[in-house]
Design a protein around this ligand. Structure first.
Ligand SMILES: CC(C)(COP(=O)(O)OP(=O)(O)OC[C@H]1O[C@@H](n2cnc3c(N)ncnc32)[C@H](O)[C@@H]1OP(=O)(O)O)[C@@H](O)C(=O)NCCC(=O)NCCS
Length: 187
């Protein structure tokens, strides 16, 4: 069975993350942030995307970064509540990438002991609402937005192994599809 490569992104992945966000149109960005955003806002946001221990994950369906999911601790909630946001490039939507990213991030939240994961989206965001329902989130309408609350189960040794093996799988795929380096002047 094909498993979509998803791995944790690190600070050295910033150029890939920047190019992913730059590829999104204004509607997708407005859906992601809950309101239209300016270039200055986006640049400032991207310069801090890995700050405060954020867990950022990337989906690489064709060896290029096509989807990004971000999990952040909600301050002042004893580190047990996190918020989640994600984006998939428009041409890659409706192929299950959002679903796979959401599953991976819920697993990561579970393994880190988060008891609640919140996602906010515009009430008109049908894809997001569909995904939230599929993952049995509790949906609440709050002034034009929907707040989806997921309750990850307690971690188990199996859930930890599953997360680690997902990371290795994605890294192995990245190595195997690494662009060939042309050797000049070789025999
Ligand atoms: C939300 C988002 C991440 C989903 O990514 P995706 O890769 O398209 O998600 P998936 O393909 O896994 O799932 C989309 C689901 O919505 C369904 N869907 C698509 N259009 C729909 C519509 N108009 N009404 C209802 N469901 C719809 C799809 O059929 C699919 O459900 P299924 O798997 O049961 O068939 C992506 O649309 C996106 O980046 N949007 C812009 C940013 C955003 O809104 N982020 C969320 C707020 S943080």
């Amino acid at each position: 069975m094909y498993e979509l490569p998803i791995r944790r992104l690190r600070i050295y992945d910033t150029p890939k993350v920047t190019s992913h966000f730059n590829s999104l149109d204004t509607d997708a960005l407005a859906s992601r942030f809950g309101a239209p955003v300016s270039r200055t806002f986006l640049d400032a946001y991207l310069s801090r995307i890995f700050d405060d221990g954020a867990l950022v994950y990337g989906a690489f369906p064709d060896s290029c970064l096509r989807g990004v999911g971000e999990l952040r601790t909600v301050p002042d909630r004893q580190n047990q509540v996190a918020e989640l946001a994600f984006t998939v490039e428009t041409a890659w939507q409706d192929r299950g990438i959002g679903d796979a990213l959401l599953s991976r991030i819920i697993a990561a939240a579970r393994n880190r002991g988060f008891r609640e994961v919140h996602m906010m989206c515009l009430a008109t965001n049908q894809r997001m609402r569909r995904l939230a329902s599929k993952h049995k989130a509790d949906l609440k309408l709050v002034t034009g937005q929907v707040e989806a609350t997921l309750t990850p189960p307690w971690p188990t040794p199996f859930s930890l192994v599953e997360e680690i093996s997902g990371e290795y799988h994605a890294l192995a795929r990245a190595i195997l599809t690494w662009p060939r380096i042309e050797v000049r002047g070789g025999r």
